[in-house]
Design a protein around this ligand. Structure first.
Ligand code: FES
Length: 93
């Protein structure tokens, strides 16, 4: 599922054109808590929303992690199970 609003060209994903996307999962030990995963891809460093998306039509995906664990956060923004990596990055060109 691409979380990006329709691109200017049919079939085009605006992530590829204007936003950063990682071609790898962003794995990290994650403490229990509530997180806002960045769905817009404008953030280049962190996987979490800092409000940069405002005015873009994007919105973060909020998730509550009940207990500390390792998480593979989606970096490509095309996962079918946001905010988690589902391996879709391996199919992107
Ligand atoms: S900065 Fe990307 S969704 Fe908020």
């Amino acid at each position: 599922m691409c979380l990006i609003p329709p691109a200017s060209q049919p079939g085009e994903c605006s992530h590829a054109r204007t936003h950063h996307r990682s071609k790898i999962a962003l794995r990290s030990a994650t403490a229990a808590g509530t997180y806002a995963w960045c769905a817009c891809g404008v953030r280049k460093i962190s996987r979490f929303c800092d409000g940069t998306h405002k005015g873009s039509g994007f919105a973060p995906v909020r998730v509550t992690i009940a207990e500390a664990k390792a998480i593979a956060w989606c970096g490509c923004k095309h996962t079918k199970n946001p905010p988690y990596c589902d391996g879709t990055h391996g199919t992107l060109t």
